[in-house]
Design a protein around this ligand. Sequence first.
Ligand code: DC
Length: 223
Amino acid sequence: MNIAIDGPAGAGKSSAAKLAAKKLGYIYVDTGALYRAVGVAALRRHIPTDSAKDVAAILPEIKVELAFVAGEQRVLLNGEDVSDEIRLPEASMAASNVSAIPAVRAFLFDLQRNIAKKTDCIMDGRDIGTVVLPDAECKIFLTASPEIRARRRFLELEQKGTPVDYETLLSEIRQRDFNDSNRAIAPLKPAPDAVILDSSDLTLDEVVERITALAKECAEAEH
Ligand code: DC
């Protein structure tokens, strides 16, 4: 059983999917981390992350792997755990840039498919229901307004003691939405058979509840 959750940056996919996976006893796979790892590899080499030619040229030198330690996903870049580094703000835009490059998407495709083949998982990303797992038993498109997503991110960073101006966050979210939705390859969009879940007026617990309820419905429909 595979559950695909797609949606824009900041809609709460990872927080909700992680909790839902725990409740269902599934593995949670965050595919954005893979694109982030490729972005970090490019940043480390000081190559432009939006250059298809330059980024494609480094792919033979890099190995991206996912490890699951006590149910938690870790991302390895050439054997090094980069799970923290990929969360730096510059890694977000780098990931968005490299993810528009077809060679990068092809490079990460089998890794994602193989995990889903081997185990029950909730996989989140942008193209999971449309491209990576078009046969997933359950597909959810989790979204929220850009303002709500920027506000959530603002509160999160404020709590962490690293406040960032709200308008800056909102414009970054809009920029990433535009990049992710308008690229030629595997753009962010709901699969025709996805259930649209708007989290704008829902708490995290409510979103988790909807996801687990949908997962049960999908599992019953399979039998
Ligand atoms: O989910 P995230 O913010 O960690 O993803 C980082 C970037 O990676 C995002 O801007 C778009 C890209 N991405 C993608 O193109 N396809 C996926 N399945 C997951 C992420």
